[in-house]
Design a protein around this ligand. Sequence first.
Ligand code: 3PG
Length: 213
Amino acid sequence: MSTDLSTRLQSAPVVPLVGEDDPATAVAVTKALAAGGLTVIEVVLRSDNAQAGMEAILAQTEGLAVGAGTVLTLDQAKSVVASGAQFIVCPGLVDNIAEYCLAEGIPFFPGTMTAGEVQRAYAMGLREVKFFPAALAGGVPMLKAFSSVFREMRFMPTGGVSAGNLTEFLSVPSVIACGGSWLTPANAIAAGEYDKVTALASEAVAIAKSVRP
Ligand code: 3PG
């Protein structure tokens, strides 16, 4: 992981997912998150304009680390990196994307949910993975079991994380950060209630500070 990303995640170990199709809305959501203290943003490629949204965020904001998530193909990975993505997140572990990110030195978080997947990531030289879908894959007990055998691995649980269980996940020392969409609720965004997004971000930062002062 880059020093910049590592430093940011140490001070606020929470990665919000931004998935708006409209680039202007994606920028507004990102600014609302940043106002609440979150500076690492994952733009998920789940709509036609998601990459344009990421490009708009990069062009119209400062002081953030912006990456791409839900990256499914090597072409997508190369394209978002060419657009300025500072890290790549995938739902699963795909060899060609992993090899590309390792060769280029791009921080990469592939989804893993079994010991076999974590060990395969380890064998490839990865030391950071996403743990997805965290709640369904066994949650905190599973993370603790993985951490006892994969001592060098660091995890980013995502999928079912919320303000209600953030403390529990961040209490696991091998957790680098938690990711999730609870910080960007579609109904609030549709209503233009960006102050709610900022409040959720502030709440997450406060929870993180209470667990990791
Ligand atoms: C992801 O892509 O990481 C998940 O879809 C996020 O899951 P969540 O919506 O439960 O936070």
